[in-house]
Design a protein around this ligand. Sequence first.
Ligand code: NAP
Length: 310
Amino acid sequence: MKKDIIIIGAGPAGLTAGLYAARAKMNTVIFERFMAGGQIASTMEISNYPGAPEGISGPEFGMRIREQAEAFGAKIMDVEVLRVDFSGELKKVYTSEGEFEAPVVIIAGGTQPRAMGAVGEDKFKGRGISYCATCDAAFFEGLHVYVIGGGDTAVEEAGFISNFARKVTIVHRRDELRAAKSIQEKAFNNPKIDFIWDSVVDEVRGNQRIESFILRNLKTGERREITPEEGDLMFGLFVLVGFVPESKLYEGQVEMIDGYIPTDETMMTNVPGVFAAGDIRVKRVRQVVTATSDGAIAAIEAEKYLEGKK
Ligand code: NAP
């Protein structure tokens, strides 16, 4: 099926690109594997998006941009992209719903949660280890929860989890948090949050469910086994150690640096007609506002690129 523009990914970058492209009367399709919204769909509250001083929930934010893009005529399809071929003038995208082609593609696949790399982590992924506080915090009402990581996500989400948990322990591999000072302050002032410094999880143990995990102090080498506190049947374990780009599909198709896609100022990759927007790009600041901005630029520049081809 031929389109003017194919956008891969329906997070803030992809949806905004779709909104701009459709508004410019381009025949626009946006592919998304899961529900629209990308990473923000699993964010409880976005409190730093300009113009929303009361804050807005991630899923609602995603749905609103989706509605706006659709109102301008963008078509959003829940399909899986299986393969791409950007070698010709018309870029080909093979999906679970068949083959699509367009002179312009915007890659906005974003990132996915990074694993911490502990033995046993794979076994308990989604079966005891959580990578999404918004999704799973409520399951740990009244329990002790461990949060692994020291960045904005871990420290901010620890605060959210403390609305449910009896106690939240942030485990960080250094003795200083990476999170922004304002986020750190909130955590330091939260009586339910405490910290274990200089430590990593080496191993997660259990049979049907997690029974314990092994913490290793990186300075002393000491290893200790963490089990549920007396009276508890279980504890929570949230791994919030950053993200990795969703870019495997594009290997050999566009230039990449450590899995991230470099672009020029117009969001164009090294392949003419192929643009990238949002967290999947090589960039320093990954925020919702920079993702939407990338999306707008990519769509506007894509339109100019198409005009130049006519
Ligand atoms: P991040 O900034 O990459 O931080 C990851 C954290 O996990 C770091 O503290 C890192 O330790 C630790 N870590 C990484 N790999 C680990 C491992 N294998 N085992 C144990 N710890 C590990 O990721 P993020 O916090 O998810 O944030 C991602 C981006 O989103 C950032 O740009 C952030 O600013 C942005 N964000 C912003 C907000 C906000 O503005 N409110 C909220 C959430 C996210 P080290 O510190 O030692 O490297």
